[in-house]
Ligand binder design. Structure first.
Ligand SMILES: [Zn+2]
Length: 137
């Protein structure tokens, strides 16, 4: 009985498997896309946990202490750079997004401190009361 079909787990298409039992997707591209999707889900889950530990309020924004232009530049640069916290942990993309949107109220630039050798700027974290460096480029 060679005329029996599998349903692709990614696109739902009926296909005839080359290797029975082991094959789950109709084509290599479906297999790859399903793999990527799985990884994305895993990443989203991880950053959700992080969010729950450190809730950030985005609604009540205040631009006190930081200029709009500066925030814009920072938000753009953050997409391609690393954010170094006081624990020196590299942040996930989701963390960077959260940081960018909460930057206006949470992080205050410290003006009377020198920029670090690697270009990171000093900020005061109003949530943890920590002094941190944020690398923006
Ligand atoms: Zn497919």
């Amino acid at each position: 009985m060679e005329s029996y079909f599998y349903t692709c787990k990614y696109c739902g298409k009926q296909y005839k498997p080359n290797r029975r039992k082991k094959q789950k997707y109709c084509t290599n591209s479906c297999r790859v896309r399903a793999f990527v999707l799985k990884n994305e889900k895993r990443l989203n889950l991880t950053s959700k946990e992080t969010q729950e530990k450190k809730p950030i309020q985005v609604e009540k924004m205040s631009i006190a202490g930081i200029g709009n232009a500066a925030v814009g530049t920072l938000a753009v640069n953050l997409a391609t750079s690393l954010f170094t916290s006081e624990e020196n942990k590299p942040a996930t993309k989701k963390d960077l997004k959260n940081l960018a949107s909460s930057l206006k109220q949470r992080y205050y630039p410290i003006l009377n401190m020198a920029i670090r050798q690697d270009g990171a700027k000093p900020f005061y974290d109003t949530e943890t009361n920590h002094f941190i460096y944020i690398k923006t480029f």
